[in-house]
Design a protein around this ligand. Structure first.
Ligand SMILES: [Zn+2]
Ligand SMILES: [Zn+2]
Length: 177
């Protein structure tokens, strides 16, 4: 399995089940490092130093005993991990829609009845300035250059959204014979 595969796996909402969390908990206080009578399962007070021991799972899947001072850092780790998983998910969807768009365009070119395509954007606040300007523009698909242009811009070139603005193409001018 690749590194990314390990990180994101198939189930992206929860910790990947293929990547079973490794339990790194030992019966040792993270403050005074003295041996505890048993491994804490949740917030526990150390019988030696009286400090509160916390149990946390790290984004890597490791379950650890940590100190109170570790908590903000681990929370930050999780926040950036969630962002990373989210953008990966978006990237995958973006690649999928690009394949779909190109397949559609190929089909319309092959049909020999579609003369031009019109570009539409999702028309919401997430659409970038460039794509907004391109909304409603019509592009002929009659010459090789024109077809290449549309294929290369199936995701609008220069789009400010790394994963595309969910723009899509539809046949505009259709003529038979
Ligand atoms: Zn202790
Ligand atoms: Zn855009």
């Amino acid at each position: 399995m690749t590194f990314l595969g390990k990180l994101f796996g198939n189930k992206q909402d929860s910790i990947d089940t293929h990547n079973k969390p490794k339990d790194e908990r030992r019966a040792e206080c993270p403050y005074c490092h003295k041996i505890l009578s048993k491994i804490p399962r949740a917030k526990t007070k150390c019988s030696h130093c009286g400090m509160f021991i916390f149990v946390r799972t790290r984004p890597s899947g490791h379950k650890e005993l940590v100190t109170e001072d570790d908590l903000p850092r681990i929370a930050k780790e999780w926040a950036s991990e969630m962002l990373k998983r989210d953008s990966q998910k978006q990237k995958e969807t973006g690649i999928e829609t690009l394949h779909l768009a190109r397949n559609n365009i190929r089909g319309w070119v092959g049909s020999n009845v579609v003369r031009s395509l019109k570009l539409y954007t999702a028309e919401d606040e997430k659409v970038c300035k460039l794509c907004r300007r391109m909304h409603g523009k019509i592009f002929p698909i009659q010459t090789t250059e024109q077809i290449d242009f549309v294929m290369n811009n199936a995701h609008i070139k220069g789009c400010e959204n790394p994963n595309g603005c969910r723009c899509y193409w539809r046949p505009e001018e259709i003529s038979i014979g």
